[in-house]
Design a protein around this ligand. Sequence first.
Ligand code: ACO
Length: 358
Amino acid sequence: MPLSTITGIGHYVPKNIVTNKDLMEVMETSDEWIRERSGIEERRYIDRTKETTTSLAVEASLNAIKDAGIDKNDIDFIIFATLSPDYYFPGAGVLLQRELGIAGTEIAALDIRAQCSGFVYGLATADNFIKAGTYKKILLVGAEVHSVGLDFTTRGRNVSVLFGDGAGAVIVEATEDESHAVLATSMHSDGTYAEKLAYMYPGAHGGYFLDKYAIEGFDVDYNLENTPYGGVFWNQDMLDKARIFPHMEGQAVFKMAVTKFPEVIKETLEKAGLGVEDLDMLIPHQANLRINQFVQKLMGLRDDQVHNNIQKYGNTTAATIPICLNEAYREGRIKKGDTVVLAAFGAGFTWAAAVLKW
Ligand code: ACO
């Protein structure tokens, strides 16, 4: 049975740097609050006149394709993890295929909607398609644009200061070489917590879920009389309560994340026949430096065994792991033969991990 391995990696972030001080110009916040709670110092935002989620993904993909030394026309499958696709539909995968100039290959393009866990879900998917013998050269991308969908008033500051834009990509190929391969993957979810971290607008839920789960005392207007078969149900009450922006119960996310990270890391190492003592480098999702420091301490890992870069980019959801992995590799923090663990936790809740020999 073939194994899968990463043969090329690249990332791309927009040039435009937005510091904590810049955000203080548009909302009541402080550099100190943001750094202390999240570790974030700055993030990147796109130039809305010429960049989108897909365009960031194109740049990251071209870097990964070049790094792998392959011809883009030889890619046989695209997996695109994002929670901020350019269109509601069609998905981001087909847009990437077109913008890369490989639509003529007619290869399949799959979108993954697993939020911050999207890239690791994508790697698990690529790994299994390769093991099944279906594909041999997969382009896997995580890319996000958050800056166009955040509430930049003081009301939304608990969420908006945390997120940034960026993209990372890898080429996953078939190999027989166990010493440079994906050894194990795990994926999990628990939908009980769906509304703890969610962006419910525009959505296709017709208001029912808002009534049932989301918001106490929320006046949902189904607008049945005026438009019996559809129509806008987002009334002023909903807009005032800001449910047209991402909503997060930060402490619930924190609690669950620090529990699930160690669990899924240990589970996946065990599947690979390894233990925490074998781990050379952990690349955790970059949601919050405090979460990662908490997990590092819980697991007894040294500073040289964990790579973080949220300070520079904020949380780029599905893009954090490939960006962080690429930086750790380029900075020489990951060497050939190292046991590398990728671990993610995000909205859904979803969580996942992968163990690879680099
Ligand atoms: N600047 C200044 N003050 C702020 C800001 C801000 N940006 N945001 C919130 N505050 C204020 C609040 O208004 C509140 O003030 P009050 O006490 O006067 O009412 C106070 O700070 C505390 O607000 P909380 O929302 O309770 O803040 P908390 O202490 O929970 O910290 C944080 C927020 C950092 C998000 C924390 O909950 C956390 O680390 N959660 C983990 C979740 C996370 O990091 N998610 C990232 C994305 S999710 C993912 O990728 C998995």
